[in-house]
Design a protein around this ligand. Structure first.
Ligand SMILES: [Cu+2]
Length: 272
């Protein structure tokens, strides 16, 4: 059992998450060592320097260099964690070279609001329809301009994020009102949703399944309930989901006139 599991980490579902978990595990071991070390030292000083053992004050203090060496070791270990693990992982997420090839990337826009997550997909044409906050109303939660031809096949969901297994995914995040934070724990990704900014993040989902999304920024009275579902599915299932939504929008096919409808009306029998 790892410390990560002991304190209840949710299972990882992304490609890079294994490295994040590895670094977390190292940090936890290091913190555990510091915790045990400092606590032991604390009780030692209470015993060693109490008044009964030391009726007379000592004006010379510590002469040993042990504490200096310990402090330097702590700084060195922290430097290794930061420079050797944290910064390279950070660079893998945001470094200019790290972004996946656009042609193979599933791009999604995420718009937070009090207290829900909206997800906007470009649809089969791969082009996002124009968006304008002035168009936001009860039936148009992200202000999608429906007169824009590119918007015709766009898909907007509330509380449901569909991802394609193994496909690099880029999510651009913003908010309509206050600061929220899109937290995909199982993907080891979290990014603040800031009104007026579009902040991108990317990852590659590798584990299929249904996972929980939460808001990680205290954003108001119902912050605790600002959840959504993340569904990672196979390519075929993802495409079927997209098609099922678009099919609902197709106008019903005109009904061919049936023989009964075409037949002349029967003469009415006069009521007596
Ligand atoms: Cu929120």
């Amino acid at each position: 059992m790892t410390i990560n599991e002991l304190i209840g980490i949710v299972p990882n579902a992304s490609e890079h998450g294994t490295n994040i978990d590895h670094m977390l595990e190292l940090c936890h071991w290091f913190m555990a060592a510091l915790f045990v070390g400092w606590t032991t030292y604390f009780f030692y000083t209470i015993w060693r320097f109490n008044k009964r053992r030391n009726p007379k004050a000592n004006y010379y203090g510590v002469k040993s260099k042990a504490s200096l060496h310990l402090e330097v070791s702590v700084v060195l270990i922290e430097a290794v964690l930061l420079l050797g693990f944290a910064l390279p992982l950070w660079n893998d997420r945001v470094g200019p070279e790290s972004w996946p090839d656009k042609a193979n990337t599933l791009e999604i826009k995420c718009i937070g609001e009090q207290f829900a997550w909206n997800f906007h997909y470009a649809g089969p044409d791969g082009v996002f329809g124009r968006q304008d906050n002035r168009l936001i109303d009860g039936n148009n939660s992200i202000g999608l301009d429906k007169t824009d031809p590119a918007a015709a096949d766009d898909i907007v969901t509330k509380g449901e994020l569909h991802l394609e297994q193994y496909r690099p995914t880029k999510i651009e995040i913003t908010s309509k009102d206050v600061i929220h934070s899109l937290s995909l724990h199982t993907m080891r990704m979290t990014q603040d949703a800031i009104p007026g900014s579009m902040v991108p993040m990317w990852f590659r989902p590798v584990k299929a399944g249904e996972f929980e999304i939460v808001c990680a920024q205290l954003c108001g009275a119902n912050h605790y309930a600002m959840k959504a579902n993340m569904i990672t599915e196979k390519k075929a299932d993802f495409e079927a989901w997209q098609k099922s939504i678009l099919d609902l929008r197709k106008p019903a096919a005109p009904v061919a006139p049936t023989a009964a409808a075409a037949a002349p009306a029967l003469p009415q029998i006069a009521a007596k």
